[in-house]
Design a protein around this ligand. Structure first.
Ligand code: GCB
Length: 619
């Protein structure tokens, strides 16, 4: 029988403002969509390609009151209705449109999606329409009524449709993936701008009072106290009973929510910490009145001391790889669990204990599966290259993507690092922008390390000095370096000496070279597997000597599409820096990195056996 501790905590503990912050930033989405009672809206949707946005604007560019969202039909041969969803194209959801129809391969613009569905209005008081991700901007209409819009291609959003559903419904989305100068990302980025309802869509059914959000984590500074929060929404009169159980720890707490719907708790328990070597997750059950939810949650600490990363108080070296959310076998955006598993299996096969999920928040399953497999995660938002740092609207957009990412994944123990930016220019506007973003990330979640991938290292004569002023504000300095590819010959990389003006760990967040799988030749011939392998060997020799190195995540696990990559016989719109081709075939460099990681792991085990506190391996 679990030990039943009854705690009634209504007063707001000071540190809990950290958890309230996301809430204060605006309406947050429902926590843990996977464990809810829901109806899938996946499958075939009708689609109208509308490059001139004729469905929204008339010839004078005024917004129509009877746009495509009304789903009108010709009722008599005299009617003039110049669209018809039911005689249009069909697209799969989840899915990008680019890989579903040849004519949409390079399309950037608006597509209208329509899906009809029946709904049995039962006893559920609350119904939410939940989208896991739509790229990039969309307007949502239910039965001809505008529900709202959303900007940002990689984070979830929802609408309350309680009382709005009928027996026969039609749902229409105007999805627009036009790249914009002030967007996040901006017009220029090195991946495919896959448009569409790229992740699953759901109708979530909830009781009148429901568990909207919760969080559990190790209390700061403590090794055995779990601190937690449960947020109820809906009718929620104060004083609702909430129970939180972790049976495996023999713990259960019974709480009452406060006026604001929040209940807080602390549990002291003998915890087995999550780590790559022990990816321990506990089943947690939360219930209140008619609602209940379960999750698998783990506990860890991560921090830096000088130039060393510590996981659960032990030094750890991060053996990683960068990953785009792109499906193996050239299938476009990831749409299935199996595709995520394939990517993660390759990372495990490489010997990784860490992955960098680039350059935007990946789907929730990817994160959950990675932590289940014992991969520590770097998760980031698409603040990439030259976004409009001077523009307040761009900042708001970036901040809301950051908050949505942290909100969705705050209970994912596998997340070790939040990254706020990738390869950003050293300007005053950018520094101001990123300082503010970093502050927001920290005050929202102080249990992870904050990082950014920089490329602004300068130096000559074989010496590179890390002196980007941003280094002062982040915990871990990510460095993208392409010695032997964008600069220097591979052999020249070996002798480069790195210096750090900050007493902080550096992670080589990117390094690599392009190779067409199956193309062989000399190690000085670009695009051959031999050249790529040589770049890896030389760079690994270089980074081995960096005593402030905390880990690496070379670029990249698998070849991925990018319209910047126009070299016909080699690239065909693929960035070829993958260690695995888009068809799942490993290149020579895969084995070079795998051997290196094996050596590191063995050295770590050896040191452990010798009971030495060897600072650079582990996990
Ligand atoms: C980078 C970027 C990454 C690119 C890569 C490349 O530094 O961060 O998004 O794909 O270089 O291949 O050039």
């Amino acid at each position: 029988m679990p030990k039943l501790i009854t705690v009634f905590l209504i007063a707001i503990l000071p540190h809990w403002s950290l958890f309230g912050k996301v809430e204060a930033g605006g309406e947050t989405t429902l926590q843990n969509i996977g464990s809810r009672q829901k109806i899938s809206l996946d499958g075939l949707w009708q689609a109208i390609i509308d490059p001139l946005e004729n469905g929204l604007y008339n010839h004078s560019l005024q917004e129509r009151t009877n746009g495509y969202f009304k789903n009108q039909k010709m009722e008599s041969p005299r009617d003039l209705i110049e669209y018809d969803f039911d005689n249009s194209y069909q697209l799969n959801v989840p899915g990008d449109w680019n890989t579903q129809m040849e004519k949409l391969y390079l399309y950037e613009g608006t597509i209208w999606y329509k899906r009809s569905f029946k709904y049995r209005t039962g006893d559920k008081k609350k119904v939410l329409l939940y989208f896991e991700g739509v790229n990039y901007r969309c307007k949502v209409y239910l039965n001809g009524e505008y529900l709202g819009d959303h900007v940002g291609g990689f984070t979830p959003f929802q609408f309350d449709v309680s009382g709005k559903l009928k027996e026969d419904n039609f749902l229409i989305l105007k999805v627009d993936n036009t790249r914009r100068r002030d967007g996040v990302p901006t017009v220029n980025f090195d991946w495919w701008n896959y448009g569409g309802i790229t992740r699953s869509a759901w109708l979530v059914e909830l009781p009148g009072t429901y568990i909207h959000d919760y969080s559990l984590r190790l209390k700061k500074g403590s090794k055995n106290i779990i601190e937690g929060m449960v947020a109820l929404k809906g009718n929620t009169p104060p004083g609702q009973e909430v129970e939180v159980r972790i049976d495996e720890l023999n713990q259960a707490v019974s709480l009452r929510s406060g006026k604001d719907g929040f209940a807080y708790f602390e549990i002291a328990a003998d915890i087995s910490y999550w780590s790559p070597g022990n990816p321990k997750l506990y089943q947690v059950a939360i219930s209140t009145g008619e609602d209940s939810i379960s999750d698998h949650v783990g506990f860890k600490t991560i921090e830096t001391r000088g130039s060393q990363v510590y996981l659960n108080d032990a030094p750890v070296f991060l053996r990683g790889i960068s990953i785009h959310e792109e499906a193996p076998f050239g299938a476009g955006r990831v749409t299935s669990k199996e595709q995520c598993r394939t990517l993660l299996r390759w990372a495990k096969e490489l010997g990784c204990n860490y992955i960098r999920l680039a350059h935007y928040p990946h789907n929730e399953f990817m994160v959950r599966e990675a932590e289940r497999l014992g991969l520590l995660i770097w998760s980031e938002i698409p603040v990439y290259w030259t976004i409009s740092y001077e523009n307040p609207g761009t900042y708001e957009n970036a901040e809301s993507q950051l908050l949505a990412m942290i909100h969705r994944d705050k209970n994912r123990v596998g997340i070790g690092l939040w990254s706020v930016a990738n390869e950003t220019p050293m300007t005053a506007d950018r520094l101001k922008f990123l300082k503010k973003l970093i502050r927001t990330a920290r005050t929202t979640d102080d249990s992870r390390l904050i990082t950014a991938a920089l490329n602004s290292q300068r130096g000559g004569n074989g010496e590179i000095v890390i002196d980007d002023p941003l280094g002062e504000y982040i915990d871990v300095i990510g460095i993208n370096t392409y010695c032997g590819w964008y600069g220097k010959r591979p052999a020249q990389c070996r002798d480069i000496v790195w210096k750090n003006t900050y007493d902080k760990p550096m992670i080589v967040s990117e390094m690599g070279a392009g190779a067409l799988q199956g193309l062989h030749g000399g190690k000085d011939e670009r695009w051959t597997e031999e050249y790529q392998a040589e770049v890896y060997r030389c760079n690994l020799d270089m980074i081995k000597k960096i005593d402030f190195l905390g880990g690496l995540s070379p670029w990249i696990l698998m070849d991925f599409r990018s319209p910047r990559r126009n070299l016909g016989r080699i690239q065909n719109h693929f960035n070829r820096k993958g260690l695995v081709s888009e068809n799942g075939i490993k290149k020579e460099a895969f084995y070079v990195l795998k051997d290196f990681y094996k050596e590191l792991e063995d050295a770590g085990k050896q040191k452990k056996m010798e009971k030495e506190n060897y600072p650079k391996t582990g996990g």
